[in-house]
Design a protein. Structure first.
Ligand SMILES: Cc1ncc(COP(=O)(O)O)c(C=O)c1O
Length: 397
């Protein structure tokens, strides 16, 4: 039976060749592949600098480190999200303040942001959930008006444009992920944070590399630099001067080599994702009485991570029934990320602030949302299989 995975990495000879070359040349420690990858991805986002790390989750935590906000600062973010979009807010002892999402977009309801702002609000962390986005210009304008930082969590897509400009044009810091199911992978994982400020770039480099200041020397073995270090009155090799309490979020050179080979194929991956999404969209258009279809802002060009559907309240079947039917037919499904993140065990007791009104859309998505694949590993036959299986399920009603 043909298997239709929800997410899948695609690679070929080019990726293998580039990784093997790094191995053959014995240069697995961070070097030119990472530098090239950082530059290329930052350019796609219209940012001056990129700092590659080991995951998108690490990049979000580092972004918050860079902002250096006082404890208890409030950060506005949607309730429907990914765990490590909110996790770092809590880890840094800030307070997540939750907005709902919009129906069918799975992204933040921009109309609710300003009402949530208080004197303590310092930043917006906006996940481009599923690769879709809300009105990024409005978000940028709200951030500017209220003097807030705007962090774009673009982990689910890479290189979307809003009103013809890369999404990173509108943010203070943009983040993406190279996890295995994403449009570009750095060999199964990886992430990057991107910015225009060189002081942020430098600090991110130090923090990702154990907090060592030597992370900033490109020729880090140069003894003229190394032996100028001092700790108090003790001359000390700058290789082992720790300026900050840092992390080891370092990326791998072979991952970046893999990613560099993938970037060449980004235009073709994009086309396939867009084709698959459009194909599924026109199929499900016939079944709008059962499903809320995905909605994309007319100014946005993106490639969706997966194809989301929310069962209508009055649909004559349950999500579980549908999911079981699909999975038994080898069509992989997922719920839509966290649902209401406050209902997740790890987040049930976090300090947070909410609106008085209900989070109707997030709740509906949590109960009745489902995704199937539309990624670049799926051929026409896979998409047809999704349609056939859905068709058979719906005919049986
Ligand atoms: C919206 C969002 N943010 C952050 C992440 C975390 O990225 P990573 O898997 O690279 O840690 C993910 C998942 O991959 C995600 O979907």
């Amino acid at each position: 039976m043909l298997r239709v995975p929800y997410g899948q990495a695609v690679h070929g000879e080019e990726e293998k060749k580039r990784v093997v070359q790094v191995l053959d040349e014995h240069r697995t420690i961070m070097g030119k592949e990472i530098r090239e990858f950082e530059e290329r991805v930052a350019k796609i986002y219209n940012k001056k600098f990129g700092v590659m790390v080991n995951s998108g989750s690490s990049a979000i935590l580092l972004a918050l480190e860079l902002l250096d906000l006082p404890e208890g600062s409030e950060i506005i973010t949607p309730l429907l999200t990914f765990a490590t979009t909110v996790g770092p807010i809590v880890m840094k002892k800030h307070i997540p303040v939750f907005a709902d999402v919009e129906e069918g977009t799975y992204n933040i309801n921009v109309d609710q942001i300003e009402d949530l702002i208080t004197k303590k609000t310092k930043a917006l962390i906006i996940p481009l959930l599923l690769g879709n986005a809300s009105n990024l210009i409005r978000i940028r304008d709200i951030a500017k008006k209220h003097n807030l930082y705007f962090i774009e969590d673009s982990c689910d897509t890479l290189g979307a444009t809003y009103k013809g400009k890369p999404t990173g044009t509108y943010s203070d810091i943009s983040i993406t992920s190279f996890y295995g199911s994403h449009i570009i992978t750095a060999g199964g994982g990886g992430g990057i944070l991107m910015m225009n400020r060189s002081d942020w770039r430098d600090r991110a480099r130090v923090l990702r590399g154990w907090g060592r200041s030597s992370s900033l020397f490109s020729e880090s073995e140069d003894i003229n630099i190394r032996f100028k270090g001092k700790l108090g009155s003790i001359p000390y090799d700058a290789k082992f001067i720790f300026d900050e309490i840092g992390y080891n979020f370092l990326p791998m050179e072979i991952g970046a080599a893999f990613g560099n080979a993938q970037l060449k194929r980004l235009p073709s991956f994009r086309k396939i994702r867009e084709r698959n999404f459009a194909d599924l969209y026109s199929f499900f258009k016939k079944y709008e009485q059962f499903f809320i279809l995905p909605k994309q802002h007319p100014q946005l060009r993106t490639q969706w991570l997966a194809f989301p559907l929310t069962l209508r309240e009055k649909a004559p079947f349950q999500r579980l029934q549908l999911a079981e039917y699909l999975e038994k037919a080898n069509v992989q499904t997922r719920p839509i990320f966290t649902g209401n993140i406050l209902k997740q065990p790890g987040f049930a007791h976090i300090k947070h602030r909410k609106m008085k009104n209900d989070y109707k859309i997030t709740e509906a998505v949590m109960r009745r949302g489902i995704v199937v694949g539309c990624h670049h590993g799926l051929e026409k036959k896979h998409i047809n299989r999704i349609k056939d299986v859905f068709g058979a399920f719906l005919r049986k009603l």
